[in-house]
Ligand binder design. Structure first.
Ligand SMILES: [Fe+2]
Length: 245
């Protein structure tokens, strides 16, 4: 059962890092398998950056999307093994884990039918949908996942601006957790995304925060966000479940 984390603080004490979250569960740090980090050296530098921001555990989640990033469990886990070895050599004191960010389309439905998916912290699976239009098969996919015992997490719901807040409540009612990108709140993905992020936060619907870290520019934006007092104050008044992962 998930509880805790990033507990709302009644005091005015404000953090200027993300140490209260402890765990990040969305990033692209397996080198050269998607549009994230392109080398082991970059991945290590980005992990060091997350460590400096207060994270103690990183669950990295390469894209699996047949049309753009045709990864398999095998390609991802092989790359992750190399990353773990490099992190050890670099003396990085961080717990590392690996899963994936699955893109929901008809291929995904077939994958759910025929193979075991990459999960984390029990049976959580991270999934994203199109940022342009609602996928026709989302609820069917969620239903199949639930039947098989998976616990779906919808990545960055605030980026799906074609949905009303009520649609996200429906997804929660279907057993999904919602993961917001921290940088959505600082305007990194534009105003409509920032507005929806605020609405979802205000409604208490966001379960988890993620960095969705791909590259150095994201890391710099996260470092800036950590010193954005008004944003950190908003986050400090909400509860998230990251530390339970
Ligand atoms: Fe992502």
């Amino acid at each position: 059962m998930l509880f805790n984390i990033f507990k709302p603080s009644k005091s005015r004490h404000r953090h200027s890092d993300f140490s209260r979250l402890q765990t990040d569960m969305h990033s692209h740090l397996v080198p050269a398998v998607d549009d994230g980090s392109d080398s082991i050296e970059t991945s290590i530098a980005l992990l060091q950056g997350l460590s400096a921001l207060g994270y103690r555990k990183v669950i990295t989640t390469p894209h699996i999307r047949p049309d753009y990033f045709p990864n398999t469990k095998e390609t991802i886990l092989a790359g992750f093994a190399d990353l773990q070895a490099a992190a050890k050599s670099a003396g990085l004191e961080m717990e590392l884990a690996c899963a994936a960010e699955y893109f929901v389309d008809y291929d995904f439905q077939a994958t759910v039918e025929k193979e075991e998916l990459l999960t984390f912290s029990g049976n959580h699976i991270l999934m994203e949908i199109s940022t342009f239009s609602p996928p026709p098969n989302l609820y069917e996919s969620i239903f199949k996942l639930r039947i098989k015992g998976y616990e779906p997490i919808i990545a960055h719901p605030e980026r799906y601006v074609y949905y009303e807040v009520s649609e996200f409540q429906k997804l929660k009612d279907f057993g999904c957790l919602l993961q917001m990108n921290i940088l959505s709140l600082s305007g990194h993905y534009g105003k409509p995304v920032k507005d929806l992020a605020n609405k979802l936060l205000k409604a208490g619907m966001i379960d988890l925060l993620g960095t969705d870290l791909h590259h150095q520019r994201h890391l710099e934006s996260l470092q800036k966000a950590a010193h954005n007092d008004s944003m950190m104050d908003i986050l400090a008044t909400r509860e998230f479940r990251n530390a339970d992962l």
